[in-house]
Design a binder for this molecule. Structure first.
Ligand code: ZN
Length: 209
């Protein structure tokens, strides 16, 4: 399954554009991510990036097993959090429960006091899903482990604990099928979202259940 994502230059090729109405609402509620009135916007953000990321977590590149979290690359809260980036499209991605909780409110942006969001991956110590090519920094070796290729890759593996046995178990399970042309073909069909999406999803659920 990871092979599908190797084709992607960056994990995310375009960021969500919020409408004026949505931006006004966010302003009214003072960028408060947890305000219930902003939930529809959060849902739209989650669905947008889920599709954009081909239903793979931004940090482990594995399919979602349980909750789908909207991940703030620069955290919205905590000691180094930046609330003003809570709804900035380029700061957002979707991540699995494991990666999101391990990353927590750690901030891996280099000290940056300006208000506009940095526009390059060089300002981040870990992989930035909007700027960086995942497989330039991390390699999946022996279909069973994540190996750093760069310092950023190392930092990302450490930050998200991509050596956790639970994650490696899922990785091995997914990679079992990467050389199977039939399953890869089916996954490719699902990726392009053809008319057979529901049938294909049932098929995939049967395989990966
Ligand atoms: Zn993950």
């Amino acid at each position: 399954m990871a092979r599908l994502s190797i084709r992607q230059k960056k994990t995310i090729s375009k960021s969500i554009k919020l409408t004026h109405q949505e931006l006004n609402l966010i302003l009214n509620y003072n960028n408060d991510w947890d305000n219930l009135n902003l939930k529809p916007i959060k849902d739209r953000i989650r669905d947008f990036y889920l599709k954009e990321q081909n239903k793979l977590c931004a940090f482990c590149k594995l399919p979602f097993r349980d909750d789908i979290h909207v991940e703030h690359v620069v955290p919205k809260s905590g000691k180094y959090g930046r609330k003003e980036y809570a709804f900035v499209g380029i700061n957002l991605a979707v991540a699995c429960k494991h990666c999101n909780s391990k990353k927590s409110t750690n901030n891996d942006m280099i000290p940056w006091s300006l208000s506009p969001y940095p526009q390059s991956g060089m300002y981040f110590k870990i992989l930035h899903p909007h700027f960086d090519d995942y497989f330039k920094h991390i390699e999946i070796v022996d279909n069973s482990r994540y190996v750093r290729k760069t310092l950023k890759g190392h930092n990302t593996i450490e930050r998200c604990k991509l050596y956790d046995p639970k994650i490696l178990e899922v990785l091995s399970e997914c990679m079992r099928y990467q050389d199977d042309p039939l399953i890869q073909g089916v996954l490719r069909l699902r990726e392009i979202q053809g008319n057979f999406k529901a049938t294909i999803d049932n098929f995939i659920n049967a395989i990966f259940r």
